[in-house]
Every structure is written in structure tokens, then in C-alpha cells.
Design a protein around this ligand. Structure first.
Ligand code: BTN
Length: 349
């Protein structure tokens, strides 16, 4: 089935809104081959590998170009996916998604969570994704800001949960598991989760997750929620600001990051997340969340009601609360009430 594409351009922000149908198989295969090869691949070889005519290859390459992939044709040598293929567009994201979802890509936004909320207020459906390549007012947990320069990937997914608002913390937990899996797969580095919403690699925070909801007091449910994920793909040229320099890290080196990778990461995290979210009340992902817990066994201090408390992390319960042991007494800490730091950490991103 050929994709249906709608585009709208918003004067304020380079806005592209896309609906795309089933992805085309030949396009997928050609993209995968070109993505793997640093050398040009001839039209003839692509045709042979896929058992199609050279004309079919030529058409598929042109469709990929329309999807926003920069594919160069080297004279007499074939096609090559350009290295400078950095700019992300929505069709690239849709291209990799198992289920079709609307994707809005912006070069820059104040906050993708804020824009996703605006879309949700206007009735955008569950699964709508807002992406930005940088943010000027990225939001973090507990009213903090989130440093969001070019070099990161920032996106928010609209949710329309039908479960009780108390369960919504599990959406953040499911998202952390989905994100850890995908980042680990692409980087081949171990991804741990710092309760409740941070992904760590080699003891550095590489990703933060913030779920914000609009609570409906009458139904005691959320009208909608936005799940915001911010990933430090590579270290910005000027480095991280001093206040987070001892905590923040990045998943990749700059040369490893292409628009292809960005699109794959957004699509795969969204697909993995929705697979877990469909069955959220079963908490199937909690075991993996516990296994990936960066804080397990660590000495932590946390602030509650204005008092600083110390203890050792002994686990995470079924409501995703952190269990801390202090003088033989176990305390369960909820995500909304406190900020937890390991004894070695001074600041938080
Ligand atoms: C945290 O570490 O405290 C959570 C950070 C969440 C950042 C993401 S980036 C995409 C989305 N838009 C925002 O403004 N915040 C979230």
C-alpha cells in the first residue's frame, strides 16, 4: 500500500505533520543495505539482492529521497546514504514504526512536552509524537530544567490512559525499560535505570523521562498524559554546563549519530513502549526495571518534608516505589514526593 502523506507548514517553526500508511518492503530493504554500507552500492547489485528490476530500485530510491533520506548517486558506482544526512523529518520516523502514528518534527521548540500538551488539548490522538532536535525550555522533574542542545533527541508521546491516575507512574517505568532496551541495542553499552526516570550508561545520566498528565477530578482519571523523553545522543561541542558536568554523559560519539539512527531510536522506543503499555496493569516490565536498577545496594540520601534522610536501597516495590533501609526500618519512597541521589552525586540534570 502506498503511503498517504499530508504536510502542513507552520510559519513559526518549520512544522511538518505526516500521516503515513504501511511501509513499503523494498524501500525498507534498500535503506537497510545502504545504512550498513559505507561504500556505494550499485543499482544492479540492489536489484539482484532484492530480486527486482533496476527500475524498481530506482523508484524505491526516489521514494526514500521523498521521505527525507539523503541518498547520493556516485557516477558509475551506485547509491550511498550521505553521512551528513543529519536532519530528521517525520517520514523517516514513521518509516521505522511497526504501527503508523502521526509524527510532528520541529527543528527547535521550547519544550516538546508543552507542544504535545497543546496538541492533546486540541484532540490529538494517543500515539501522536512531537519531536524536536533542540529545546530552549526543556522541562525536567520536580520543576527543574532539562539541558536540551542540538546533539540530543527530544520527543513526547501523547497518551490517553483509561487506567486510574495512580497507575500512571507505571507509564514512566515502562518507558524507562523500553528506552534502556533500545539505547543498549544501538550502542552495545549497558543501560541502567536510576529510579525513577533516568537512564545511566557507565555511571553517567544519558537520558531523562518526564510524564506530565492532565487530571480529571470527576473521573479520577487522566484526560491525557504526555510522555517526554530526552536523550543526550552525543556530547555538545562546548561540553555540558558546569552544574551537570559531573553527572551527564552521552550514548554515542558525534560521528555515530545520523538522522537514520535518530528516526530508528524514536520509532523503536515508541513501539517497545506501547507493547508494554498495552498490558500496563500486569507490570510485566517491573522485573526488568528492577534488574536494571542503578541504585540497588547504593547508599542514598533523600529529602522528605524538608528533612534529609540517609539509607541503603534494598529494592523497588510493585507500585514502583523505592525501598530504602535505614536503621533496620524499610521506607517506601514515592516518585512524586522526593528527589534521591546516590552518596557520590552532587547535582542532578
Ligand atoms: C528529568 O531528567 O528530570 C526528566 C527530563 C525529561 C526531558 C524530556 S525532553 C522531551 C520532553 N520535553 C520536555 O520539556 N521534557 C521532556
Amino acid at each position: 500500500m502506498s503511503p498517504e502523506i499530508y504536510r502542513f507548514v507552520d510559519n513559526s517553526a518549520n512544522f511538518v505533520y505526516i500521516y503515513i500508511g504501511d511501509s513499503m518492503e523494498l524501500k525498507e530493504k534498500i535503506l537497510a543495505i545502504l545504512g550498513e554500507s559505507d561504500e556505494p552500492v550499485s543499482g544492479e547489485a540492489l536489484a539482484e539482492m532484492n530480486n527486482v528490476s533496476r527500475n524498481a530500485v530506482w523508484k524505491a530510491v526516489n521514494e526514500l529521497r521523498k521521505d527525507g533520506f539523503l541518498i547520493e548517486a556516485a557516477t558509475n558506482r551506485g547509491y550511498v546514504l550521505a553521512r551528513e544526512n543529519k536532519k530528521l523529518v517525520g517520514t523517516q520516523v514513521s518509516h521505522f514504526m511497526k504501527k503508523c502514528r502521526n509524527v510532528a518534527v520541529f527543528e527547535t521548540l521550547p519544550s516538546t512536552n508543552k507542544t504535545a500538551k497543546d496538541f492533546a488539548e486540541q484532540g490529538a490522538e494517543e500515539g501522536f509524537i512531537v519531536v524536536a532536535e533542540s529545546q530552549t525550555a526543556g522541562r525536567g522533574r520536580l520543576g527543574r530544567s532539562f539541558f536540551s542542545p542540538t546533539g540530543g533527541l527530544y520527543f513526547s508521546v501523547i497518551l490517553r490512559p483509561c487506567f486510574n491516575a495512580q497507575v500512571s507512574i507505571l507509564a514512566t517505568v515502562a518507558a524507562a525499560v523500553a528506552t534502556a532496551r533500545v539505547l543498549e541495542r544501538h550502542s552495545r553499552r549497558t543501560a541502567e535505570i536510576k529510579w525513577v526516570n533516568d537512564i545511566y550508561m557507565a555511571n553517567r545520566k544519558v537520558c531523562g523521562i518526564l510524564t506530565e498528565g492532565s487530571f480529571n477530578a470527576e473521573t479520577a482519571k487522566l484526560d491525557y498524559a504526555v510522555l517526554g523523553i530526552g536523550i543526550n545522543l552525543f556530547v555538545p561541542q562546548e561540553g555540558f554546563p558546569q552544574d551537570i558536568a559531573n553527572i551527564a554523559g552521552a550514548v554515542f560519539s558525534e560521528k555515530e549519530v545520523t538522522s537514520l539512527k535518530k528516526a530508528q531510536i524514536i520509532a523503536e522506543i515508541t513501539d517497545e513502549f506501547f507493547a508494554l503499555y498495552e498490558d500496563i496493569e500486569n507490570r510485566s516490565f517491573l522485573e526488568e526495571y528492577r534488574r536494571r536498577s542503578w541504585l540497588q545496594g547504593k547508599e542514598v540520601y533523600y529529602e522528605r518534608n524538608g528533612t534529609i534522610n540517609y539509607g541503603t536501597v534494598v529494592g523497588i516495590d510493585d507500585e514502583a516505589r523505592l525501598l530504602v533501609m535505614q536503621n533496620g526500618i524499610e521506607t517506601a519512597i514515592g516518585a512524586g514526593e522526593v528527589s534521591v541521589r546516590s552518596a557520590g552525586e552532587k547535582n542532578e540534570q
